[in-house]
Design a protein around this ligand. Sequence first.
Ligand code: HXC
Length: 257
Amino acid sequence: TEFETILVDTRGKVGWITLNRPDALNALNTQVMHEVVVAASAFDADDGIGAIVVTGSERAFAAGADIKEMEDKSGLDMVMSDHFGGWAQFAAVRTPVIAAVSGYALGGGCELAMMCDIILAADTAKFGQPEITLGVIPGMGGSQRLVRAVGAYKAADLILTGRMMDAAEAERSGLVSRVVPAAELLDEAQKLADGIAAKSLPSLFAAKAVLDAALESSLSEGLRLERHVFASLFDTADQKEGMAAFREKRPPGFENR
Ligand code: HXC
């Protein structure tokens, strides 16, 4: 295929992106970033895809940004190359994205998981922001998204110490929505994604957009947006179909229109 650091395939209406740098525990270098962005954008543009799963290996979702690639850079290099800039494009994907995390999700790996909409974890998962142990801080959104996910005090505990938290603590903290046995992670991710992908794509795009807005807006702004987006869905054929199917006691046949 055209990709060297990821595997890409389609299972039903679900697009799968598997990080594949086993020798580096899926460390996220520039090539991985570009390939993930290209693959995710292609899935996003495909109306036949209703959900995306991002996963890694059993041992590591991703052990962070690639330390060896960054080590010798200057601050100016980081600014001029916009070193992590591509990830904003990944975060802007409109299709729902599930992170299926087994093993290490550290630094940029944890931050990549947090760019996804739902984090499903194997019981072997370990999350952390260890950048402080390297003399830096999170740089792909960790300081902002982790605070929103787990609250200011748990986020400070993780970011200031660099410690790892296991799957149970991550679930308790609200970072992870479900923990499953490691052997079942991929099947569970597919099931979760199938359930999402069966919905009407316009309503999924709308739901993701208002959920994202909830993290950045005031309550009144967010409620206003929700009201407008909710109303706009009444101009879709799928809203008529969904409600008719309910009345007629049959499953809906959505057509993404
Ligand atoms: C580059 C990495 C890497 C990384 C692991 N490797 N993590 N290479 N960048 N982030 C490489 C190792 O160098 C090693 O290569 C191989 O993967 C296997 O890793 P080991 O350390 O031998 O495995 P193990 O002893 O099992 O330890 C696993 C680990 C450890 C605890 C996850 O690898 C680790 O601490 N990794 C770094 C975690 C980290 O600090 N992440 C944050 C990165 S900074 P060789 O060639 O030696 O076999 C970051 C910043 C985000 O993400 C943006 C702001 C700057």
